[in-house]
Design a protein around this ligand. Structure first.
Ligand SMILES: Cc1ncc(COP(=O)(O)O)c(C=O)c1O
Length: 426
């Protein structure tokens, strides 16, 4: 009997979906291969339609800090499926998660659940504009904040901080409401603030930029961002959609000691279900409808299955001291990658922060900006990715995406994966 293949499914998908995918990076674009079609996931593993098993370092791009279908989360999800799917009314499940977050993270005085990271960011920006009466948002080159119109921009030419849209379909007027600054450059940031500070409603930053490689920032730089915001009356928004509940319980707020005005979350907060969240200072969040006049709503917001999956995930991580466990495991794993690359004499470097890692070809010092990413990053990654894939390791299928280690990745499994990845390098 003929068994369906990923290639056949991709051809079918191309007929009904743009590029055959529902989110661009899933498509294996530039990798000259049809994407693998998966049918099942468990722990650290994915199983393809061809019944091939892969060690998964994509982990759905970050939500699955416990791994796929963690048994405790699964039990709670099953219970919730048997209880209610959605209410569209007040209920106890979102209340419990909101209270847990607010009690655990004191800077989250008030919060609102939404259904994605993009929605969280979009809503936080609206609050910032309302609170300051200003229209501009400052973002950093190399940070991603979801597909919000005015944040799909890159540095343009002209005035300090001028932006140009990085996607078709975004009007020049909308792009012009965003100011773009480079990461890792206090002087440039001060220059941008000097020119446009009085118009900047908010600065949004991934305090641990992890969407264009892993560009760990200096504390002094982040401190300067915070300082300039305060001085200019602009709000500071930490976008912790990736780093939140990933680098530690209180994310980069805790790691940096900087308290932003608003924080956005997604991914881990829903334990693998579609949940986003924005929150922070109560007086800002009180501006949101119905208590204030910043409108924001959602039919499936605070979906109870995501609320329960999120709460169980966070409590389990806390109980197991999961963030420390993961940090140690990931350090060991990335060190064995480095050792393996060095032994083979290949010029590759591995960045690591908590349970995130990224392999790149810039061996000359720490990489903090997108300009420092080597031009051949795509080509380097392609060879490594395809060979590792053949041997059963699934990295996120893009040279600029980070890898995620979960609690389901044991030391033994990580040692095996490191060997496969090292062997995959020419
Ligand atoms: C830092 C950051 N912000 C926002 C988003 C958007 O989240 P979502 O894809 O859930 O809309 C992402 C997604 O990867 C992200 O990494």
């Amino acid at each position: 009997m003929h068994k369906v293949t990923s290639e056949e499914l991709f051809q079918r998908a191309l007929k009904v979906t743009p590029g055959g995918v529902h989110s661009p990076v899933r498509s294996f674009k530039g990798l000259d291969r049809a994407p693998v079609f998966f049918k099942q996931a468990e722990g650290a593993f994915l199983t393809s339609v061809e019944d091939k098993k892969y060690i998964d370092f994509c982990q759905s791009f970050g939500p699955l800090i416990l791994g796929h279908r963690d048994p405790e989360v699964a039990e709670e999800v099953h219970r919730m499926v048997d209880t209610a799917w959605t209410f569209g009314a007040t209920e106890i499940y979102s209340l419990e998660l909101a209270e847990w977050i607010s009690n655990t993270l004191p800077f989250m005085q008030k919060l609102r659940f939404v259904s994605s990271g993009t929605e969280a960011v979009m809503s936080a920006l609206r609050v910032a504009r309302a609170a300051t009466g200003r229209s501009k948002i400052l973002k950093f080159e190399g940070c991603y904040h979801g597909h919000v119109d005015n944040l799909l921009v890159k540095a343009g030419s002209g005035l300090a901080g001028a932006a140009a849209s990085s996607s078709a379909g975004i009007s020049a007027e909308v792009a012009a409401t965003t100011v773009v600054a480079p990461l890792d450059d206090e002087a440039k940031l001060a220059e941008v603030f000097a020119a446009q500070g009085k118009d900047i409603a908010a600065v949004i930053i991934e305090p641990l930029p992890a969407n264009y490689g892993l560009l760990v920032q200096r504390q002094e730089f982040l401190q300067k961002v915070s300082e300039l915001c305060k001085k200019n009356g602009s709000l500071l928004i930490f976008d912790e959609v990736i780093s939140g509940f990933r680098v530690g319980l209180a994310g980069m707020v805790e790691k940096t000691g900087i308290t932003p005005d608003l924080v956005t979350y997604g991914k881990i907060i829903g334990g693998g279900f579609p949940v986003g969240c924005y929150g922070g200072r109560a007086e800002l969040m009180n501006m949101v409808a119905p208590s204030g006049d910043v409108y924001q709503a959602g039919t499936l917001s605070a979906n109870p299955i995501g609320m329960r999956a999120g709460l169980v995930t966070l409590k389990k991580m806390q109980r197991l001291d999961g963030w420390n466990v993961l940090e140690k495991r990931t350090q060991k794993f990335t060190q064995s990658l480095r050792d393996g690359f060095a032994k083979k004499g290949v010029p590759l470097k591995v960045e690591q922060h908590s349970s995130l890692f990224w392999i790149h070809g810039n061996t000359s010092g720490t990489i903090r900006t997108i300009e420092q990413i080597p031009a051949n990053q795509g080509a380097t990654f392609k060879g490594l990715f395809l060979k590792a894939l053949d041997k059963g390791v699934y990295l996120a299928p893009n040279a600029y995406e980070v890898g995620f280690v979960s609690m389901a990745h044991t030391d033994e499994l990580l040692a095996e994966a490191a060997q496969i990845i090292v062997n995959a390098v020419e």
